[in-house]
Write a protein that binds this ligand. Sequence first.
Ligand code: CP
Ligand code: NVA
Length: 313
Amino acid sequence: MSMVHLSKKDLVSILDLNKEEIESILNVSEMIRHKHKNREMFFPLLGKSLGMIFTKSSTRTRVSFEIGMFQLGGAALYLNPTDTQIGRGETIADTARVLSRYLDGIMIRTYKHSDVLELAQYASIPVINGLTDDEHPCQIIADLLTIKDKKKTLKGLKVAYIGDGNNVCNSWMYAAPKVEMNMAIASPLGYVPAKNVTDKATELAYAAKTQMLITQSPEEAAKDADIIYTDVWASMGQEAESEKRKKEFARYQVNEALLKSAKKDCIVMHCLPAHRGEEISAGVMDGPQSVVFDQAENRLHAQKAILSLLMGK
Ligand code: CP
Ligand code: NVA
């Protein structure tokens, strides 16, 4: 299969990708996964290196990017801001310029989305967003791959997102219309997605002739859903609000009762890490409709595709 290169240098937002590019990433992910499962060597990034800056914790993103680079013939370098000059005030622009002289790509997980945009602006090499307060694009690509695996198609499916209008929700709101999926979001008042995200997602959904519903009712969102998706109630950086959020989100748990509103063959997704007994019941998390560990595995395959397409030029 030929590799269709992506038009943008970076992957900072799902908005950086058009429908065809998302489809290409999914096709390349499937091809790369097939080779990996068959133990076929595939080294499009031989001799190339990725720097990985993390100012927030990570299990899946760190391990899948690091091992993904290794499997593609390249190397990955973990950069902890407290051990580098980033933590001592070297500017993002200077860091971007310097790292561009050594590396072939940068993955960054941090708080401010604008920091990633600035890094991408000053770096001559691809910059990949490994999660910001606003978005988590690599997660959603892996999610779409998982849905394609389970449902054989994306077009026309309904995803119900139950919980906080956070980074994962935002990226999903941009992605759903691009792949012609319908989306319903149920969040408590005060935790709905930001207006700028809702406006953009609504515009995309209007153009794609898909639905984008925001409601306070988990049952309404889950009605006839093909996919029920949830994420933690308190994201990284919101730990101080954790107890308050537990009370305000109590009605927004993905559990056996909520699944009754969805289609019988509905699958349940969670980007992980999960808190059983909070946003998801233990029974659903570990039950037959849960695909969360296949979803986690697909982070590896999807990111290898993203790395190959961005850095294999
Ligand atoms: N889903 C996800 O990004 O997990 P990590 O925080 O472990 O990277
Ligand atoms: N919304 C969560 C996702 C973790 C992968 C967070 O930002 O902490």
